[in-house]
Design a protein. Structure first.
Lengths: 195, 195
DNA sequence: CAATATACGGAGCGATGTTCCGGTTGGGCA
DNA sequence: TGCCCAACCGGAACATCGCTCCGTATATTG
């Protein structure tokens, strides 16, 4: 059931040289714009920044989600890959889970509007949601399972629910100035409540 | 510092009869549209439903937040008013807090997109955010304070933070079909984690 | 150096938020 | 009652944004 998300890198199948160039330019431009304007920055801005036309951006990334996924793929994969390592290197699975969640929160909080986009019901973001779930839920699940088995974490909460909640808790942090709200702490509280 | 939010009811200061009529029509129309299309339904739809022009809606409710606040004012006030009663009628303040939070969650979950709108950084929703905070944070704070004093709730979390987190946990529930996600349970977990 | 498949660019359409101003009307007042 | 003007109304108009479509340009291949 899990889709294959590989092969979208510019250097993949042999397209025309200009196509590869433009795809890379778009990735760079998007990454830059996402930082300042958030993941739902105007498409035109990204195209302009990359020095390409509207058609080009939609040809390479039919959905906004495709672009976002391409930009953050490496970080997401890295996050997914961290889970087994964390599990192996720590004696306490619950602590490993907590640490992984912290990394997850870090990731979301540093991407303007990403958390919001993930929960958005905008059809254009559906694939984004799917990708994140496909990659991160299994990673989270392995940690959660270990924590449940070895420790005193309640077993009636699945990884999907946990990630949904944690993701939600990260919303509104990127935005605006310092309100005393700390997503890390809230997620920590949530996990504490799961014992 | 807390603003006065009264006097926006159609029957308030003596405007012209048609103005009152239109304001009421807009409130009714908005309430109806919010149920089906959510709080960020197209302004035109609301105006059309009320049988008025674009100008009229913006004259009566300059900001979308004004309209939303007007529509939900009664329920918000009721929710705020529940806090003292709950505190008086229950022996356990922590249970009272939990019950009040449940009502808060109920309120948010039954309003499509309200939770999302509350966390939105859209400038048009800033006043909405402010109103909810002004009304509900003190109510929550009274319960929280009692729970802290009488029970074993940690004291390093203020009402604002708690409501922010709880509000976030309600996001994405209104949307779409039944994903096993249950905002009530998540908020319950969060409160459990606060001991 | 053609010929062709491939890719590009941006005008254009529809939806939406918001403003602005000429026309309309309620209701106080003579 | 009838007049008159301040208050109010309506919706055209402008701006922004997502997305599509097609005539044009060019990389590649033989």
């Amino acid at each position: 059931m899990s889709k294959v998300y590989g092969g979208a890198t510019p250097s993949s199948t042999h397209k025309r040289a200009d196509a590869r160039r433009n795809e890379q330019a778009l990735l760079d431009a998007a990454a830059a714009v996402f930082v300042t304007r958030g993941v739902d920055a105007p498409v035109r801005d990204i195209a302009a920044r990359a020095g390409v036309g509207m058609g080009t951006i939609y040809r390479h990334f039919p959905t906004r989600a495709d672009l976002v996924v391409a930009v953050y793929r490496h970080q997401v994969e890295a996050l997914a890959g961290t889970a087994p390592r964390l599990l192996a290197s720590m004696e306490n699975p619950t602590a490993a889970l907590g640490q992984w969640m912290d990394q997850f929160v870090d990731f979301l909080v540093t991407k303007h509007g990403l958390a919001s986009a993930l929960r958005s019901d905008d059809s254009g973001f559906a694939a984004l949601h799917a990708y994140f779930l496909d990659r991160l839920v299994p990673a989270c699940a392995s940690l959660l399972k270990a924590a449940v088995q070895a420790d005193d974490i309640r077993r009636d909460i699945d990884a999907l629910t946990l990630m949904h909640a944690a993701g939600n808790l990260c919303i509104g942090v990127e935005t605006g100035a310092d309100t005393g709200y700390d997503a890390h702490r809230m997620v920590g509280l949530l996990i504490s409540g799961m014992r």
